[in-house]
Design a binder for this molecule. Structure first.
Ligand SMILES: Cc1cc2nc3c(=O)[nH]c(=O)nc-3n(C[C@H](O)[C@H](O)[C@H](O)COP(=O)(O)OP(=O)(O)OC[C@H]3O[C@@H](n4cnc5c(N)ncnc54)[C@H](O)[C@@H]3O)c2cc1C
Length: 410
């Protein structure tokens, strides 16, 4: 490997790829160091069965119309579903009649108004403090919010949630979002199997030490997760400023995993079955099932927060039985036979990630800006946690990588 660069980028997930594109555009001499044998990080597409892709990590192009990766998907010939899916809410096995369905919609809008009012008062408190917990919809609402942030409602800031720029357009990538990131990274100078161990920024430039030796550069952009940073897997010399260390500690990764249930028949449901089903037993079993996955024959589901953390430590069959209980409640006992394969991701156990995505602790929503602030004009952190308006997403990571390069070099 060359030993002198303008810029070293650490990590080849969405953030590293965004930084690499900005570096390429600026004509910089740079390389991307990636510890794993693959690019994409928390974007990973595998085959559920031959020719059937499924995403273990990012899956939806969130805020689609302002998401730069949607344009990139189009450029590389990938497809995404823009349509609004049909939905139904099942409470304890019964489909909610339209009147109660609108009660649920009203509940959602009331909760959001409370988040807005709290933000207007300048509060930075846990979302749980604002929720009407007496409503029958509350358990499902808490589940849903744990998908947004990968944490439970008592453990993340409502103000952070308010700051997220959401256009309410969530477009799944047919060929897989992870595969899209891989395709987008083709041709970039990525050094795989290169684990950065130490970054010395005490001189005029930086010295980056990895398992494959030492290189010098003018700048370094670090895009590894706050899980990896919090575990101090990379040593910094001098020690990082207090504000940066506090930002890392205040933006820990929560837990969140994707699940896929392959069915054998083309469409094993009645014709009028909606594309999505929100399910609640009114208590501790709550799921959002996506029955139509861009035309692929599987059901998609996700779990976040403490439940995801707990399930990740159980045999896979525990997750399967839990989801099957809800599906049987909706479709009847015979439905069990229709599922021929069950798969789950396990991001908490990935040593190069150590969780799902960053949830801002209550009182700490301002930390994302601190994390993204350049240090000594030559070191900048990027990645999803450092995005101010699109944290927890792949496009937010990509944009923050791009912005980090611009901040250091302009
Ligand atoms: C289950 C799940 C579902 C999700 N769903 C969505 C979704 O639908 N839509 C969406 O937009 N987002 C989603 N996300 C979030 C999205 O995937 C992430 O926000 C985004 O991919 C993070 O990118 P990043 O570059 O910040 O970090 P990462 O993807 O974590 O990239 C960091 C890279 O650094 C590497 N690395 C770690 N340590 C070192 C080291 N010491 N030296 C060198 N390299 C190192 C890692 O291997 C990794 O490749 C989901 C995430 C999960 C876990």
């Amino acid at each position: 490997m060359q030993s002198n660069f303008d810029l070293v980028i650490v990590g080849a997930g969405a953030g590293g790829i965004g930084a690499a594109y900005a570096a390429k555009k600026a004509g910089l001499d740079f390389c991307v160091m990636e510890a794993s044998h693959r690019v994409g990080g928390r974007g990973l597409t595998e085959e559920l069965a031959p020719g059937i892709p499924w995403d273990l990590g990012c899956h939806w192009l969130h805020s689609g119309s302002i998401n730069p990766l949607a344009d990139i998907a189009g450029e590389v010939g990938f497809h995404y579903d823009k349509g609004s899916p049909s939905r139904a809410f099942y409470m304890q096995g019964e489909k909610l009649p339209s009147q109660e369905q609108s009660g649920f919609t009203d509940y959602l809008s009331d909760q959001w108004k409370k988040v807005e009012a709290s933000a207007a008062r300048g509060e930075d408190i846990a979302l749980s403090e604002l929720i009407d917990h007496d409503s029958p919809y509350a358990p499902y609402y808490c589940y849903w919010q744990s998908l947004m942030t990968s944490e439970d409602v008592d453990k993340f800031s409502a103000l952070d949630l308010f700051n997220y720029e959401d256009t309410d357009e969530n477009w799944p990538v047919r060929e897989g979002y992870g595969e899209l990131l891989c395709r987008h990274a083709e041709g970039l100078p990525v050094e795989l199997n290169t684990r950065v161990e130490k970054i010395n920024y005490s001189g005029t430039g930086v010295v980056v030490t990895s398992n494959r030796g030492t290189v010098k550069a003018k700048y370094v952009v670090v895009t590894v997760s706050t899980g990896v940073l919090g575990a101090r897997d990379i040593q910094f010399d001098p020690e990082l400023p207090v504000a940066t260390r506090e930002a890392i500690a205040s933006l820990p990764l929560g837990s969140y995993n994707n699940f896929a249930m392959l069915y054998e028949e083309e469409w094993p449901f009645d014709e009028d079955t909606p594309d999505r089903i929100d399910y609640s037993n009114g208590d501790d079993i709550n799921f959002a099932f996506k029955l139509k996955c861009s035309g692929w024959p599987y059901i998609y589901c996700a779990v976040g927060g403490r439940q995801a953390k707990w399930l990740e430590r159980q045999p896979l069959v525990v997750s399967e039985q839990l989801m099957m209980r809800a599906l049987v409640d909706i479709f009847g006992a015979e439905f069990r036979k229709k599922i021929v394969k069950f798969k789950a991701s396990a991001w908490g156990d990935d040593p190069l990630i150590k969780g799902a995505y960053s949830a801002s602790l209550p009182g700490n929503s301002h930390r994302r800006t601190e994390l993204a602030t350049p240090i000594a004009e030559r070191l900048c952190f990027a990645g999803e946690a450092a995005s101010e308006r699109a944290f927890c997403t792949a496009h937010g990571a990509w944009q923050s990588g791009r912005d980090a390069v611009l901040k250091l070099t302009n």
